[in-house]
Write a protein that binds this ligand. Structure first.
Ligand code: PSU
Ligand code: MN
Length: 302
């Protein structure tokens, strides 16, 4: 039995030719950003990747098939879908056999990208260890995916709504290389500096590609997490965000928001509480990650 993969004409041609391809997730479209900014951003991210000399492959599950690359019409229909499933490693197969629709998280996108032969993926932030995880045990499956599926994931760090020290400790335990691009600190999504020092720093996409190849030569499973700071002009300083995050977290706790609902709930409240600034910053950092991912994909293809 083969996995039910469907390629767009553009991604089929690029993969056949060995051209650089960058995977993109769909949960950021369905659960990460409000309509219509979600699909505007998705189109802008794709255009940015093409301008940087690579081919974008947005990944989503539609009618029980894994789409590698979406048409404009498919992107729009995904962006308008209500109550679309947020799929990770645990529920991907069940959605496919039911013929359902679903958005892929970082973990599910990595699985599908690897099936399609794509080794580079750009997103906003990865999931991580939630605050209070010592009681809730809420740790994103994204972290274990990074430890087992060979894809370079370019993110702006993990969101400050998470417990960042525990998130990066967990990645170290799992043997996932965390590579800060162009600076010593791990970025914190909306801000450039989390106050945590990155275990690895690289300033060149070619070095990131070479490290990925060397891990494969060594027979080490898993990918690399490349953390790319948001451009200075777009950042929201951590001190400014801290009280807003505290408020959103307190509301989530008071309402008993749990499991898969936590991340989308917090993102939506931050958007409201910052009067949209969190979304503007989110869009800027995704575009910045798309550019770096295209450079890594080109280095891997070259
Ligand atoms: N970070 C973002 N926007 C998002 C997400 C993370 O900036 O939309 C999504 C990603 O798809 C990520 C998922 O894989 O949330 C993590 O969800 P959870 O914490 O439930 O594992
Ligand atoms: Mn979770």
């Amino acid at each position: 039995m083969n996995p039910p993969l469907v390629h767009s004409p553009e991604t089929a041609a690029a993969l056949k030719d060995g051209a650089p391809v960058v995977a993109l997730e769909s949960t950021i479209i369905t659960h990460g950003m409000p309509w219509p900014r979600n699909i505007e951003t998705a189109a802008q991210v794709e255009a940015t990747i093409r301008a940087a000399g690579a081919v974008p492959a947005t990944i989503a599950i539609m009618a029980g098939r894994i789409h590698i690359g979406l048409s404009a019409a498919e992107l729009e229909s995904l962006g308008r879908m209500q109550d679309v499933a947020k799929l990770s490693r645990a529920d991907l197969a069940a959605c496919l056999v039911r013929g359902g629709n679903g958005a892929t998280t970082v973990a599910a996108t990595m699985i599908c990208a690897h099936l399609a032969g794509i080794a580079t993926f750009a997103t906003g932030g990865v999931g991580g260890v939630h605050r209070g995880a010592e009681n809730s045990f809420d740790i994103s499956a994204d972290l274990h995916e990074l430890a087992q599926t060979p894809v370079n994931v370019v993110a702006a760090g993990a969101k400050a709504i998470l417990d960042l020290p525990k998130t990066f400790e967990t990645l170290e335990t799992l043997g996932v290389p965390v590579i800060a691009y162009g600076q010593d600190a791990i970025p914190a999504f909306w801000s450039r500096d989390s106050g945590l020092r990155a275990p690895l720093r690289m300033d060149d996409a070619g070095d990131i590609a070479a490290a990925f190849r060397m891990r494969q030569a060594l027979g080490l499973p898993g990918g690399q997490l490349v953390v790319n700071p948001i451009p200075e002009a777009d950042e929201i300083p951590a001190a400014e965000l801290a009280p807003v995050i505290e408020q959103a977290l307190a509301e989530a706790a008071a309402r008993g928001v749990a499991a898969k609902e936590v991340t989308p709930f917090l993102l939506q409240r931050l958007f409201e509480l910052t009067e949209g600034r969190s979304l503007t910053a989110n869009i800027a950092l995704v575009l910045n990650n798309a550019r770096l991912a295209a450079a890594i994909a080109r280095a891997l293809a070259g």
